[in-house]
Unconditional design. Structure first.
Length: 762
């Protein structure tokens, strides 16, 4: 084929995605696409930027120029800097939720929004029913990309109907395949010792959703008619499955083959094979079978490869198969139906003319999918993106003034968190930075630590689940199932100092448990947290503290975002929110817009709780009260100037109505509560005032306060315990450190939300 590189203005392309020798379908696709474009356009330099899921990475070829660390968001920002300074003309992203860090792969947004060059993104998954995070991230990726490539017509429909992507931004380019000759299957059978056999084949990384058991269950009927049939199952177990489940699925298939009496007709090749080997396996197959169990699959490289090689294909009717095997290019059978599968395989074997006609139709259809053709289609998409970028400023690289991004956030440092945590849980206090064993542990602090761990999981921290397990175990030990309440204080010898803690303990515990249930994806963590949440929920109705109600409401709402059908949780939310609203209606005046006759601690949690409930129950009166009281509290807690600093209510006397306000001791939990409440107000209203207020409160930790002294200690990652009239409290206890970490993590998570909103409004 004539090389067309002289017609292209694009001289340097970066391909972002997994890359061989990492064993996964995205790695194979990215490698093949990169190599195909490089071969077709020899004047263009193609570089690769893979994502590593292991610390040591992989033995990549020279084309790989920069490696990202899956769960390290800073590596994504460094990758953007690398591309920007290396004169890359096009960034070609391979997007799949599971390969990037953060909730639903959100870390990739940190890279995309900083790039200066056009972005063309191939979408390997387009969900018909995405959850909140999946929808948010894909819409943000779409907004930050100049063009989107999909590999099926159904994908085009989904992007327009579900994600509101304009059709003129979408390019349909089929999945690429190797260019192989149309050969008789017998030509390659001797390579695998199956000469004279009828070969059925399934290949791909092995996992339980592949439905291989359906084929094995169909084999007895097929073997009864054709005793010389062999079924080759080609592919290693998926690395993620191997890590978490081992070879359980493969072993279950082997046991099933023995139970069905077809163990002599089943061959397992437990290897990740090269492209050359794969082509030989495909060539040796008489019938290729894809028995996937899930309809919601928008593309399949294995099906594309076998179709393009001119194989007779029997498949379940997942979306991509329905499209690719239409017009007689294959046979569709119901999901999980061995009887129909065996009937169709036998029919194809009995009707040789029909089978070869099907093969020919498939082979001719696949000619438009060979990699040289696909490479040219991609270059056309790259050129469109380049031309369009001349006239439209990318939402990923608009100039941002200081009010948009007023300074970088500190790096996430967990040294002091680990220092204060032992095998029991998180210790309560410290002498300077040294854990104070004499003060023991508190459920309140371990609940805070559990919540921070759930946020760490949401940003993709590698050790988050281990931390969640530690703090969740403490809460389980603290919980008394007979009373439905939590003990709070425990000494260093693990002896409880009370039978039941204050009202804050169940409130904070429910907040933490709800956050875990709403955000964690670890099944064991979710199961334990769900059991405790259910048992602890009723007792919160017996408490009398508005702060306990508020903490619990925030946890209940986190839970309901994922499990909104839980009527019991909804009823408790309605009861507690009603109590808060009644308090406000009873106590507020024109000059005192508050729920009580005084301001004490964690004040911003009250308006945050009623604002969230008002938004999601929904109840407009509650939402209005939430914004009104938060606005009043915000104005009260900073200096008079518009650009003044945050001044929380001091704990040395607090602020009784019509009394004197305490200026010191200022506590980190006040800054954290204000950050959380203002971020929630921004998410709900879109008013940038609330984003500014959140940053103002956070900067209190960094030294923008009454003494111009930092509370955050960058050398340890800890936070000092408060601000006295003349100095910070140098002790770095659990409450203060966790308050800082919670505020930092919530701001980090909000960055991705901000990117999504800005992208959608562009």
């Amino acid at each position: 084929m004539e090389n067309s590189s002289t017609n292209s203005m694009i001289k340097r392309i970066a391909f972002i995605g997994n890359y061989l020798p990492r064993q996964c379908g995205i790695a194979t696709f990215t490698t093949d696409l990169c190599e195909a474009v490089a071969a077709e356009y020899s004047d263009t330099t193609c570089i690769a930027m893979p994502v590593n899921d292991i610390e040591d990475g992989y033995a990549y070829p020279p084309r790989v120029r920069f490696e990202l660390k899956e769960k390290d968001i800073d590596s994504y920002r460094r990758a953007a800097d690398f591309l920007n300074i290396n004169n890359v003309d096009i960034a070609c992203l391979q997007f799949e939720y599971g390969i990037f860090g953060g909730s639903a792969g959100s870390h990739i947004l940190a890279l995309l929004r900083e790039l200066r060059m056009p972005i063309v993104t191939t979408l390997h998954t387009i969900l018909r029913e995405p959850d909140i995070d999946q929808r948010r991230v894909l819409k943000a990726v779409a907004a930050l990309s100049d063009r989107l490539v999909v590999m099926s017509e159904r994908g085009v429909e989904f992007l327009q109907d579900i994600y509101q992507v304009p059709p003129e931004k979408i390019d349909f380019i089929p999945h690429g395949i190797p260019d192989v000759p149309f050969v008789d299957p017998s030509f390659h059978k001797d390579l695998f010792g199956v000469e004279g056999k009828i070969v059925l084949l399934s290949f791909g990384l092995l996992s339980a959703n592949k439905g291989i058991e359906t084929v094995i269950s169909a084999l007895p009927a097929i073997v009864a008619r054709y005793p010389h049939v062999v079924y080759i199952i080609l592919g290693a177990t998926h690395p993620q499955v191997l890590q978490h489940e081992g070879e359980t699925y493969r072993l279950s298939l082997q046991w099933l083959a023995q139970e069905q009496g077809v163990e002599g007709n089943v061959i397992f090749y437990n290897r990740f094979v090269s492209l050359e080997e794969l082509v030989q396996f495909i060539s040796a197959a008489d019938i290729y079978i894809t028995p996937y169990l899930n309809q919601a699959q928008i593309t399949s490289g294995t099906l594309a490869y076998t179709l393009g090689a001119g194989k007779a294909v029997v498949s379940t009717p997942y979306w991509y198969a329905e499209e690719m095997l239409a017009d007689g290019r294959g046979v569709l059978v119901p999901f999980g139906d061995p009887a129909v599968l065996s009937t169709q395989v036998i029919s194809l074997l009995e009707n040789e003319a029909q089978r070869h006609a099907m093969r020919k139709r498939a082979y001719l259809f696949g000619r438009a999918m060979i990699w040289p053709q696909v490479a040219q289609r991609y270059m056309e998409s790259f050129e469109r993106a380049r031309v369009e970028r001349r006239h439209v400023t990318s939402p990923g690289f608009t100039a941002k003034s200081l009010d948009k991004y007023p300074g970088d956030l500190p790096p996430l440092k967990l040294n002091h968190l680990y220092h204060m945590t032992d095998e029991t849980g998180m210790l309560q206090h410290a002498f300077f930075t040294i854990p104070n064993y004499a003060e023991g542990y508190a459920t309140d602090d371990n609940a805070r630590a559990l919540m921070v761990s759930a946020l760490l999981e949401a940003v993709g921290h590698s050790e988050a689940v281990e931390l969640e397990s530690r703090y969740l175990a403490f809460l389980w030990y603290a919980f008394n199932p007979e009373t439905g309440r939590f003990r709070n204080f425990m000494d260093y010898q693990r002896r409880w100092q009370e039978e039941s803690g204050s009202d804050d303990s169940p409130g904070r515990a429910l907040w933490a448990l709800g956050t875990v249930l709403g955000r964690s994806n670890a099944p064991n963590i979710q199961s334990m947290a769900g059991r405790m949440f259910e048992q602890a929920l009723p007792a919160i109705l017996d408490t009398t503290s508005p702060r306990a109600w508020s903490f619990a409401l925030l946890g209940i709402q986190e839970y309901l975002w994922r499990f909104e059908g839980d009527r019991r949780a909804g009823q408790v939310r309605e009861d507690l929110a009603g109590r808060l609203l009644a308090l406000y209606q009873r106590h507020h005046t024109e000059a005192w817009r508050w729920y009580e006759i005084g301001l004490t601690y964690c004040n911003a949690a009250l308006p945050q709780a009623i604002l969230v409930c008002g938004q999601w129950m929904p109840d407009s009166a509650m939402a209005e009260v939430g914004l009104e009281s938060l606005s009043w509290l915000t104005d009260l807690q900073h200096t008079d100037a518009d650009e003044g600093h945050f001044v929380p209510i001091g704990s040395n006397g607090f602020y009784p109505q019509d009394g004197e306000r305490a200026q010191f001791d200022q506590q980190p939990v006040e800054a954290q509560a204000m950050v959380s409440a203002c971020l929630e107000a921004y998410r709900i209203t879109g008013d940038t005032r609330w984003r500014r207020e959140a940053r103002r409160a956070f900067e209190w930790f960094l030294g923008r306060n009454e003494l111009n002294l930092p509370l955050y200690d960058p050398s340890t990652g800890g936070c000092r315990d408060g601000l006295h009239p003349d100095r910070p409290n140098e002790n770095q206890g659990a409450e203060s450190t966790l308050a800082f970490l919670q505020a930092l993590l919530e701001l980090r998570l909000s960055e991705n939300t901000l990117s999504a909103k800005e992208g959608q409004s562009s």
